[in-house]
Design a protein around this ligand. Structure first.
Ligand SMILES: C=C(O[C@@H]1C=C(C(=O)O)C=C[C@H]1O)C(=O)O
Length: 288
């Protein structure tokens, strides 16, 4: 199970299934980062007011803010944000044009949304080490990739609500005692699973190493071309064309990477996991 089907009424929250969803979201996040890393930082798209939007005279945000808002406006109309695992970065989005779906109700009512933290973490701490400095004019492409990164990170981090609910259901007495005492330190300690975190960071580095490798297509390398078993003059050959040598696409360490492994691990260690756990604690505190 790599996704939760929130339309299934009898599907109970399972910590294992939820963890599998987080594992699958690692792939989504790594590939979204790889896509953004193709372009330079293009800092101007993050500068408030740097681009005039004639069709939106009252809008005074950055180019990315504009693209994110317009993206969320259209996604809201196809009811993206009615799904229990989707959280927008903007308020005041249009109503869906599609009829409401009857989702299973796993969580207690809450308005927890940490996307302001997600966005500032991404722009201030991730982007500068993800992309080369400078401007390559790929402003639209950079913004589209930024939106994909932000949406994937937001989804992953807000899954903390489901994780917290599953943990509460597994031990309601212990959690209720700490919630009533508003003991956030003890709550954080109780919900923390260091073994899961350590395994995640090891897996993440390995995934980034594999997904981030440049693949040298067969047509890009001088493979020894197979030749007929006998040459034109009829002499037996060894089946290869000695004149073509294999051109390696690798660098000195044997691989050319599209993403910095340490950056990916740091993203999770310093930001994604702590923010997920903050969502878990914030959600549990509502459960008193
Ligand atoms: C998500 C969980 O809760 C915590 C947060 C984790 C994370 O964000 O990766 C991993 C383990 C826990 O410390 C979990 O227990 O799986």
């Amino acid at each position: 199970m790599t996704t939760m089907n929130f339309l299934e009424k009898d599907q109970k929250l399972s910590l294992d299934k939820l963890r599998n969803v987080l594992v699958r979201l690692e792939d989504t996040i790594i590939f979204a980062l790889i896509e953004r890393a193709q372009f330079k930082q293009n800092e101007i798209i993050y500068v408030q007011g740097a681009f005039p939007f004639d069709n939106e005279p009252d809008f005074n945000g950055s180019f990315l803010d504009y693209f994110l808002l317009e993206t969320e406006r259209i996604h809201a109309q196809v009811r993206r944000y009615t799904s229990p695992d989707e959280y927008p970065f903007n308020d005041n989005l249009p109503a869906p044009v599609l009829p409401a779906l009857d989702f299973a109700n796993h969580l207690i009512p809450n308005k927890i949304n940490v996307n302001h933290h997600v966005k500032s973490m991404y722009l201030l701490n991730i982007l500068p080490s993800l992309c080369a400095p400078g401007d390559d004019s790929n402003h639209g492409s950079s913004a589209t990739r930024d939106v994909e990164c932000l949406q994937a990170l937001s989804k992953r981090i807000h899954y903390g609500k489901f994780i917290a609910e599953a943990k509460f259901q597994a031990d309601p007495e212990k959690y209720t005692t700490l919630i009533k005492a508003r003991d956030t330190t003890a709550l954080m300690a109780l919900l923390t699973n260091e073994l899961v975190e350590e395994r995640l960071l090891r897996r993440l580095r390995r995934k980034a190493e594999i997904y981030g490798q440049e693949y040298a297509d067969e047509s890009d390398v001088d493979e020894p071309a197979p030749v007929p078993s006998t040459s034109a003059d009829g002499a037996a050959t060894n089946g290869t064309n000695p004149s073509r040598k294999r051109r390696r696409s690798s660098t000195s360490d044997g691989t050319k990477r599209r993403i910095d492994l340490d950056m990916v691990v740091r993203l999770y260690k310093d930001f994604v996991i702590p923010l997920t756990k903050k969502v878990e604690v914030d959600y549990l505190l509502l459960r008193a």
